[in-house]
Design a protein around this ligand. Structure first.
Ligand SMILES: CC(C)(COP(=O)(O)OP(=O)(O)OC[C@H]1O[C@@H](n2cnc3c(N)ncnc32)[C@H](O)[C@@H]1OP(=O)(O)O)[C@@H](O)C(=O)NCCC(=O)NCCS
Length: 147
């Protein structure tokens, strides 16, 4: 399966609909929030150092992952992984890994650390497999030092 990652500058909202519907059905609201906050311009991953990537398979978007400045951190050199989602039919094929490795690579010049919050056991396993460590901070469960 050839999956390509592309930075998102115009949100492909219609192509994200299957992901929004599937994730909401699983009780995961982050992709709905991604679309909502893009539309209201609350968060377009457009501050310095930020980025949003989509994973494409043929002409479908099958995954997304964003990098924000961490609004919960005291230091401004902390990045935050947000809105990571891979469509169920494409899981366990390395798409999530590809997305997060792209985020790590993109974050390195601008951030010293990446943080995120998840309460999902599979996601915790996934992040551990990518070198993230569990931490006990407010609004943060996992961290990866970049330098
Ligand atoms: C977490 C998520 C993004 C992983 O995406 P994915 O494309 O399936 O992950 P990958 O195939 O790249 O997996 C990489 C590694 O993570 C671990 N992993 C991923 N899914 C796993 C699972 N269901 N059980 C155990 N380990 C898992 C494995 O170590 C895997 O490597 P392997 O397949 O060689 O064993 C995906 O399950 C998802 O979208 N979940 C719902 C949304 C979510 O929880 N987002 C994160 C919130 S911060």
């Amino acid at each position: 399966m050839v999956v390509t990652l592309q930075p998102v500058t115009e949100l492909p909202e219609l192509l994200l609909l299957p992901l929004v519907e599937e994730s909401l059905a699983q009780g995961f609201r982050a992709i709905h929030r991604l679309v909502d906050e893009w539309q209201t311009e609350k968060n377009r991953f457009s501050k310095p150092g930020e980025a949003l990537f989509a994973a494409w398979f043929a002409d479908h978007v099958i995954g997304v992952c964003g990098l924000n400045q961490d609004p919960y951190a005291d230091a401004n050199q902390i990045g935050r992984i947000r809105r990571l989602y891979v469509q169920q039919a494409y899981r366990r094929q390395g798409v999530g890994r590809q997305l997060v490795e792209q985020i790590i690579c993109t974050a390195k010049p601008n951030f010293v650390e990446l943080r995120l919050r998840t309460t999902d056991a599979i996601a915790a396993h996934f992040y551990a497999s990518l070198g993230f460590h569990p931490v006990n901070l407010p609004n943060c469960t996992h961290s990866l030092k970049l330098r």
